[in-house]
Design a protein around this ligand. Sequence first.
Ligand SMILES: N[C@@H](CCC(=O)N[C@@H](CS)C(=O)NCC(=O)O)C(=O)O
Length: 202
Amino acid sequence: MKLLGSVTSPFVRKVRIVLIEKHIDFELVGDAMTGDAPLIEKHNPLGKIPALVLDDGLTLFDSQVITEYLDAISPVGHLIPDNPRERAVVKRWEAMADGILDAGVAIVLEKRRPETEQSPAWMERQRGKMERGLAQMSKELGTRSWCTAEALNLSDLAAGSLLFWLDFRFPEWLWRQQYPNLNALANKLGQRKSFKETLPNP
Ligand SMILES: N[C@@H](CCC(=O)N[C@@H](CS)C(=O)NCC(=O)O)C(=O)O
């Protein structure tokens, strides 16, 4: 299977981390967004990365569909619980982390527009989603070792993809000091092979 993406996208990183954690072979096509007619548009009409092209040609998107599929095709390192409520709680964490990323990506893109066309009020609204989302994550993590269970699962991997992306794109945000429990979680995740092998600046 081929993963279409870029090395800096946090959504692509989450999928790469899941692939590595589950020992699934894949080929990363890291320039799927570049050029006038980016490759991604041939595979995902929405023009967003990641997209996973399966060996039979079916393309899967978005990242939450892909992570669920990957967990289902291999029993190795089960990442999404079978119990409906536990499953929903894990998926909710993934939605929360991805939602914070959506707001963050929107701010990054807005800042790339000419300054006169930027909307400070709109960016402030996105920032509010990020601030509230991170506060909620910290509150729900509390003193636990992992986000939702006694062992690592998809909720932790999604949270980690978000947290390291904050370091990368919002270095001025001292979230590690603000939320020591999220800092401890990130430090623990950062030791894993899957995170070490997917750094945005290898
Ligand atoms: N909900 C999507 C979000 C993906 C996304 O926003 N990817 C960004 C890159 S980080 C993108 O492709 N943006 C291009 C665009 O929106 O046109 C997912 O989880 O896969």
